[in-house]
Design a protein around this ligand. Structure first.
Ligand code: GRF
Length: 187
């Protein structure tokens, strides 16, 4: 199956997915890497891996429908089957949702429905919870609201700092996302 990975920033989950593919634990290919941030590290990383990219600047479009129409064209040209959001910092709109109904997934660094939205790790840290985690879910029109596919808990150690918690959560993300995508593709 062909995946498109959407990301706005660092791209560590993108790398984890690509490495799982290279190691043969995820039976798929990344046909396109999509980013709304032309200067993002993820695009650098995708180019280094020799992957096709689609980069756009949302400010050059009149609205979301306009750029999502182009995204859908690029996805269909690359024959993409699944859309994998990995740090894509935007809500998906009706144009993309209807083109890839039931085929868009996201990863969020908390145990949803707790700590939706921005800086979920900071939110959990500030709330003082002792357990947080990672959620992989289908994407709908809401923010971090779609049906849950997989979750894994991460313990917040008493001595933990925000940075250490982020590291622990990312380690889980980098294992759980490729694993869960592989499971989904086999359904
Ligand atoms: C991850 O923590 C993911 O859960 C969230 O955004 C972050 C992306 O990190 N949605 P990266 O760009 O994959 O390093």
């Amino acid at each position: 199956k062909k995946l498109a990975v959407f990301a706005s920033g660092t791209g560590s989950n993108f790398i984890a997915i690509q490495e799982a593919i290279e190691q043969g634990t995820l039976d798929a290919t990344i046909a396109l890497v999509v980013s709304d941030v032309p200067t993002s590290a993820v695009i650098e990383k995708a180019k280094k891996k020799g992957l096709k990219t689609f980069v756009f600047n949302p400010q050059s479009y009149s609205d979301k429908e306009a750029f999502e129409t182009e995204i859908v064209e690029a996805l269909s040209e690359a024959k993409v089957d699944w859309v994998i959001l990995a740090g894509y910092m935007r809500l998906v709109g009706p144009t993309l949702l209807s083109a890839y109904e039931g085929k868009i997934v996201n990863i969020h660094p908390s145990l949803l429905p707790s700590f939706k939205g921005l800086d979920a790790i900071g939110q959990a840290f500030d709330a003082g919870v002792k357990i947080t985690g990672v959620t992989i879910h289908f994407v709908d029109e809401g923010m971090d609201t779609g049906r849950i596919i997989a979750q894994e808990a991460v313990t917040v150690k008493n001595s933990s700092t925000r940075v250490a918690l982020q590291k622990d959560i990312q380690a889980v993300e980098h294992r759980l996302y490729p694993e869960t995508i592989n499971y989904l593709l086999q359904q």
